[in-house]
Every structure is written in C-alpha cells, then in structure tokens.
Design a protein around this ligand. Structure first.
Ligand code: ATP
Length: 262
C-alpha cells in the first residue's frame, strides 16, 4: 500500500517530501528494572507503509509502540522520526516530533466532561494555536468522516465503544499527523463494534497514511498491512508480506509461530 494515491481530502496523508523512512528503530533496548522487555529491535517503516505488529501477550508490542513517540523512555538504541533521534532523554524537541504522531489506545482516553466535538478540537486549539472556530470546523469534518457527525454534541458516556474509538481516531487525526500508531484499538470492543473501527483504519490505510498497528485481528492484518512483524520475547522473529507469510506453504515457521500466538 506504499505511496497509494489519495482521493479523500480529510484523510489525505502528507505528500512525501523526504527520502528516508519516517520511522527508523535501531538496536532498541528497553528494560523495566531488571526485566529486559525489548532486546535489540531494528525496524524501518517507509512512507505510506502499514505495518502490523503481532505476537504473544507480553512480547513487548505495546512497549515498542510507546517507544516510537517516547511515551516510554528508551534504555538504549535509536528511534528516529523523520531523521530526528528521540531516544536521548534530553536535547530533542519532543513536543514538535510528537505532533507528527497520532496515537490511538485500547481504552479511548476521551475527556468525559467535554463533548465529542470539544474532545476532537482540543489539541489543535491548544497545541497548534488554531482559532477555536477553525479547530471546530476541522473537528466536525473529521467526525463526519468517521461517521459521527451527528454525535458532535454528545458526551463520550453516551456513545458505544466503537463510536468512542472512532472519536479517538478523529482526535488523533485532528493534529494532521504524518504517522498513526494503533495499540490494540479494537481489543476492548464488543465484536459487533470492531468492524466499524476497522473500516476507519482501512480508509486511512487507503489514503496513504504511515501506520503501525499492534493488533490481534489477524484477518485484518493480512488484508490491510503491507508488512507483518512477529515479535516474541522482545525480539522480531519474522517479518514480511502477510499474504506471503500467512499463506505460503513453505512458511511452516510462521504457521508454527501463529499457532502458538492465537
Ligand atoms: N510500565 C511498566 N512497568 C513494568 N513493566 C512493564 C511496564 N509496561 C510493560 N511492562 C512489562 O513489559 C512486558 C511487555 O509488555 P507489553 O505490554 O509491551 O507486551 P505486549 O506484547 O503488548 O502484551 P499484550 O499483548 O498482552 O498487550 C510485560 O512483561 C510487562 O509486564
């Protein structure tokens, strides 16, 4: 799905203006106390590429994702976002880099006392210094795009889980990120809600957005990802085109791995 043409004005991803990969991870290590959770990860994500990260519980998938925007401090190694290494504890304009990255979590993290529209408009008003009117207009466009235009004045508690997650996606998109990270975005949803969220992610992938998804939705990963990265015990054990990895009979190793994961 790399360099896909985009037809959607709201979901249009930024045109590539750089030659290097927007995400480059080099020999990344992360420990919590004595527990080494990431044991030397190397990963590049190209512009417009969709990478799905899968693996057993506790293999370090979420930790890796959280290192990509330094929600977790890095123990050693490099995390380059558009060529800027955000791994060092000081010396990086972290806020500026973070504005390029939208993140969607398992548990929505919406502000309960704000309306849906206010949730989506907040960051552009505070961080991008957009006028309130412009931020609200953009928020309404994004809500329309995720199919929730009519819920703009509702509070999060009045929405279903799938609707809340779509608001969370609209909120992440409101900052016009170059990169979107999804951490188990559908895991907390009732099964009937999963499809509507996956459809929004599918649309984003089709628009050419660079994305890293931690997911248990194997069928979805196979359909939408350009590359699947299998993690186990803090290392990448296999990666490649999901259609080849999942389907080719010679990939017995992947099949064995999947049978342990699923
Ligand atoms: N803040 C933390 N403090 C201490 N240990 C942590 C912390 N966050 C994660 N860990 C540990 O790091 C390991 C990897 O966790 P992580 O959440 O990255 O795994 P995961 O592959 O995403 O798992 P799951 O699929 O269950 O979400 C686990 O052993 C976990 O207990």
């Amino acid at each position: 799905m790399t360099n896909k043409p985009s037809t959607d004005p709201v979901f249009t991803a930024p045109v590539a203006t750089r030659s290097g990969a927007p995400i480059q991870v080099k020999d990344l290590h992360k420990s919590f106390g004595k527990n080494e959770v990431l044991k030397g990860i190397d990963l590049e994500v190209a512009n417009g590429e969709v990478v799905a990260v899968i693996g057993p519980s506790g293999s370090g998938k979420s930790t890796l994702l959280r290192c990509l925007n330094r929600l977790e401090e890095v123990t050693s190694g490099e995390v380059l976002i558009d060529g800027v290494n955000i791994a060092p504890a000081t010396g990086t304009n972290l806020d500026k880099v973070r504005q390029k990255i939208g993140m969607v979590f398992q548990h929505f993290n919406l502000f309960p006392n704000m309306t849906v529209l206010e949730n989506v408009a907040l960051a552009p008003t505070e961080l991008r210094k957009l006028s309130k009117a412009d931020a609200r207009t953009r928020a309404q466009e994004l809500l329309d795009r995720v199919g929730l235009g009519e819920k703009a004045d509702a509070r999060p508690a009045q929405l279903s889980g799938g609707q809340k997650q779509r608001v969370a996606i609209a909120r992440a998109l409101a900052m016009s990120p170059d990169i979107m990270l999804f951490d188990e975005a559908t895991s907390a949803l009732d099964p009937e809600m999963v499809g509507e969220v996956l459809q929004v992610i599918r649309d984003l992938a089709a628009s050419g957005m660079t994305m890293v998804l931690v997911t248990h939705e194997m069928g979805f990963a196979r359909e939408v990802a350009d590359r699947v990265v299998f993690m186990a015990e803090g290392v990448v054990v296999e990666q490649g085109d999901p259609k080849v990895l999942f389907d080719a009979p010679q990939h017995q190793r992947t099949k064995d791995f999947l049978s342990k994961v699923l």
